[in-house]
Design a protein around this ligand. Structure first.
Ligand code: ADP
Length: 487
């Protein structure tokens, strides 16, 4: 029988606003909330890190189980995700999780030496809740795992007797695979027969992520294009062979964005608010941004915004080269970012060499990131790969057409300003298809040429502003997947 509203256990190692190190937390906070709003019976499962316990002081007991790996009892507590009514189950085991430092790393920087046990326990509890061992009234119909930290759960379920609801493994970042020595197989009570190529063995080690990908029923990633790209050697991080084998059950569902925090009509970070009908106020934001950043106040100079981690993945080296090439053509740049120290320094030097034309802010500043999205004319994001990406969606929502390499989620969320798309009124940005400075600079020049045609540019901005990147839409797709699996 198909349950009308399947019960979903959403296992994750971080969820905003409880604990966040990256995009996984945004998805793990927003997606369950959107599903819950659609009427889904969903519970988040998360480790009881100190930060989580501090924010969930009113948590109540939900269940108890013996720690399978070391003597002791694991308490499962139930709380609500702050500012929502989404239930959260907390794996409270102080010796593993209630400590100073980050979820994966010590304050000093290195990985926690007991990460295999810590996330082995998270995976184990996810499987336990889904299995016949869970005797509580709440029995999940679907187990939804996220990234390597929950990857062992489908493996446990496969080898345990009894109840086995279908499981989904979502890959948010294939670069992190949870690899540990072969001795961990026994330590984590995984059967020896699982330690082979057709199993969770990965070049002589145990890979949590491979376990998840191998033993789950469905694999998803955060954009349809990325789902195809990870089956190829260049972006497959060594997993492309397995992902190819499993392609019949692999698909991509785009992430959404927080459409309340990112709304030019109500954004408290902006000096002037606007919408598709009042784009003149966007120009005022440009002037304010130029003033605030010490750029020449010039309404006609195209202003290119960049907000990004400064890394090779984000193509920061390409952005630097393009600045160098285009600043002489009268283009202005406003960059906000932090990351690779050598490249940060190169950006700072570039700004010094071109005062009034290039502004570089090194750091993480929420407010400024909004003001750049609103005040810039166009947004540059030359990522070499991008599972989904958020900034290109924010920039479209702010009427600031993005310029990006045609990869992953960028390709799936931007309609290139080709003559056909421009004619149809569907164009929202600019894509380039060769990963080098010349192709990137050419795409910026293409954007500037259109920017010089105010009517055409306005159409592009309005088409971008009107796109729906809400979680509601993505949550609907996950719900469809859950229902089809529960069937
Ligand atoms: P990734 O998660 O790979 O860094 P995304 O585009 O998916 O890339 O998301 C990046 C998020 O972090 C966006 O919300 C972006 O605005 C924000 N961000 C990145 N760098 C900065 C910064 N220096 N200051 C403020 N926000 C930043």
């Amino acid at each position: 029988m198909i349950p009308a509203s399947p019960k979903i256990l959403f296992a994750t190692s971080e969820a905003h606003p409880l604990i966040k190190t990256g995009g996984l937390a945004d998805v793990s906070g927003a997606l369950p909330a959107a599903l819950h709003a659609l009427g889904a019976d969903i519970k988040i499962l998360i480790p009881g890190y100190r930060q989580v316990l501090d924010k969930c002081r009113h948590a109540t007991p939900f269940a108890q189980l013996p720690n399978p790996f070391v003597p002791g009892t694991v308490d499962l507590l139930e709380a609500r995700l702050p500012d929502t009514s989404v239930p959260v189950l907390i794996v409270a085991y102080d010796a593993f999780f209630n400590r100073e430092g980050g979820p994966y790393q010590m304050a000093s920087g290195g990985d926690w030496p007991d990460n295999a046990l810590r996330f082995g326990l998270l995976s184990y509890v996810a499987a336990w809740l889904s299995s016949q061992y869970n005797t509580t009234a709440w029995q999940p119909d679907i187990l939804h795992c996220n990234d390597w930290q929950t990857g062992l759960a489908p493996a446990y379920l496969r080898f345990w007797p009894g109840r086995k609801p279908p499981s989904i493994m979502t890959i948010h970042n294939l670069a992190y695979q949870g690899i540990f020595g072969p001795d961990t197989v026994d330590m984590l009570h995984l059967p020896p027969e699982s330690f082979k190529m057709q199993g969770l063995e990965y070049y002589g080690n145990l890979s949590f992520l491979k376990a998840g990908i191998f033993y789950c029923d469905r694999i998803t990633t955060v954009s349809p294009t990325y789902a195809r790209e990870i089956q190829q050697e260049t972006l497959g991080f060594g997993m492309h062979g397995l992902l190819q084998e499993r392609r019949a059950v692999l698909s991509g569902i785009l992430n959404g964005i927080d459409t309340e925090a990112w709304d030019p009509r109500h954004d408290p970070h902006l000096p002037y608010r606007y919408d598709a009908k009042h784009l003149d106020a966007k120009t005022k934001n440009k002037t304010a941004l130029q003033q605030a950043l010490g750029l020449q106040v010039d309404a006609r100079a195209p202003l290119v915004g960049i907000v990004s981690r400064i890394t090779y993945q984000k193509g920061s080296d390409i952005a630097l080269a393009v600045m160098h090439d285009l600043v002489r053509e009268g283009v202005q740049f406003a960059l906000l970012g932090t990351g690779d120290k050598v490249v940060e320094l190169a950006f700072i030097e570039m700004a010094h060499a071109h005062p009034g034309r290039i502004s570089v802010t090194i750091g993480y500043e929420e407010g400024l990131s909004h003001r750049i999205e609103a005040g810039a004319d166009m947004f540059l994001m030359p990522s070499r790969y991008e599972p989904c990406g958020l900034n290109q969606m924010y920039s479209q929502r702010y009427g600031t057409p993005p310029i990006t390499y045609a990869t992953g989620g960028l390709l799936d969320t931007i309609m290139d300003a080709t003559p056909e798309n421009l004619g149809a009124g569907t164009a929202t940005g600019f894509l380039f298809t060769a990963m080098n400075r010349h192709a990137c600079a050419q795409a910026v020049r293409r954007a500037i040429a259109l920017y010089r045609e105010p009517q055409a540019w306005r159409r592009l901005q309005i088409a971008a502003l009107r796109r729906d990147f809400s979680w509601r839409k993505s949550a609907g797709e996950y719900l469809k997947l859950y229902r089809s699996l529960a069937a």
